[in-house]
Design a binder for this molecule. Sequence first.
Ligand code: PNW
Length: 617
Amino acid sequence: MNRRHRQSTGKTFYKGINVVTSRARERLVVQAPVSSSSGPPRPRLSSSGGGKGSSDGTGRRHHIRGLPRGACALWVLGLTGTASLAIGLLLLMIGADHRLLMATDEVDARVLSALPDPPSACTSDLRQRIAWGVGTSAYQIEGAWNADGKSASIWDTWAHSPGKIQNGDTGDVATDHYHKFEEDIKTMAALGIKHYRMSISWTRLMPDGGRGTHVSRAGVKFYTALLAELQAAGITPVVTLYHWDLPQSLQDLYGGFMDPQFVDDYVYYVDAAFRELGHLVRHWITFNEPMSICQLGYGIGVFAPGVEAGSTGQYKCGHHLLLAHARAVQLYRGKYQKEQGGRISLTISGHWGRPASENSEADAKAAEAYVEFQVGWLADPLFLGDYPKAMRDTQKGLPKFTAEQKALVMGSVDFLSLNFYTAHFVKAPPPGAPKTQLYEEALHDAQGNPPGNSSDVFWLFDTPWAMRKMLAWVSKRYGRPEVWVTENGVPLRDEAGLAVLDALKDTARIEFYRGYLDGLCRAVRDDGVNLSAYFAWSLLDNFEWTEGYRARFGLVAVDRRARGLTRFPKLSAYWLSHHFFKHAPAEIACLEIKSCGGQAHQHRRHLAGLAAADDER
Ligand code: PNW
């Protein structure tokens, strides 16, 4: 994260970087329905004001009978250009929504010809071997912020404070997943999605937050219904216990993550989650992105709760977070793991560091330190037992682990969960910089070029090559652990502000996934990375933190202008569905048994193909 990060309503928000690709500007014209009737919208679709030249004299050449989802299915046809795929996907869609009816001769040839490439050849083998899924988080999608006894989290408070979020957006309603979860699960099932990373809202499950407080029956009822519905749809949940929505009461009481008391409150909360919901969950994540929580929330203060305590605050927060994580894992392993048969990890994040000058050794050294300071800060204690030496040697505010704490933290993940989005440039610190500064982060090189095409958030560039580098780095540093990529995705530069149906032909997002998945595949094939799972971020266009609803990471668009927050799968959803989601094995299991870490678990038995055969031998 760059220090220049400001809340996006601020003047320093990065604008004016290049548009992702010109392809993203291509747009289909969606026309009003031929006959208007009451009920849901029934759009017509054409590549360029279609409907003018009707082939059958009815003016219905491009008409899609049925709901807006019909428009998407039409693109699926074009995506592959093969009738068999079209029929397969149509059956899939029809199975999910009997109202969808269409015929192949209604497909506009111009739509067919404008569709993007298949994935790289490398991925054809990988796609059956690892789990593919999508991710969301509670505050970003649920809404119902104060329904049924839920209390305020720090993000409710932050979003309700004027000037913190672009456009004054809040998560009060979000995508209304609280009321629409059944529909969202149907959409996932229709797309062949078998793995879903979601989070639990602490204040929905335990409104008063801390030790000794009650568990909300309404909260348990909601998550039980959601998890049961997923199970019925054959979708495996991966559940994050904390995706940034700390109870406001704990922030008020003692400053949240800044106080060691946080550890006991967190453990009390997760105990309730394991007890109440553990029979429906076999994959747990304790915290999402400690880097974002601690640096943005307690270091520079641009995210809730907005504490500006600098690097000392950031490190203190990270320390308590790691201890809370390790205690939660200890609890899970001791009390629940045997009976529930699940696994647990913590989601790490970090940008790749690219030396600003390829030939500068000083920049290369700085770039290495940059990755160590982001990823190593939180992952080294989990795998190697302490903070990176470079940090211990230079960072005064970095707390020290006792021997007992080191033992507790080390080995406290059953696999490595990594969110990965982008690379930034890194330079050697300028002359005269303090000894504590080992690098300088930059969004441009000396020639003013960004590390890749820009997106709709200032910090994310399209750098597919960096996926491979980052995976290879963590794999090497931590001795080839089992790795899951738990987030990866992009908001397109010119997607913001588009009417929802105009945003569905997101070919630039397909190109993004195409590139990153090739990088991912090469990391497995050429660098021996032991990958088990990949989750695209995100299922839905949702509340993108300080960006509000402007930046859209979704595979499925949500029409915020229409009543009902209607969902419309984008072209990228169909592309990922066809090429990846529907090939995923039902279980998430380690690709190479011999190098799987963590506990012995039955997941290993479910391995398809090569890895299982290897294990038998
Ligand atoms: C992550 N940065 O957030 C979160 O896990 C998601 O909830 C979020 O929607 C997604 O990535 C996309 O942003 C980040 O400034 C937010 O570098 C900001 C940064 C990184 C990750």
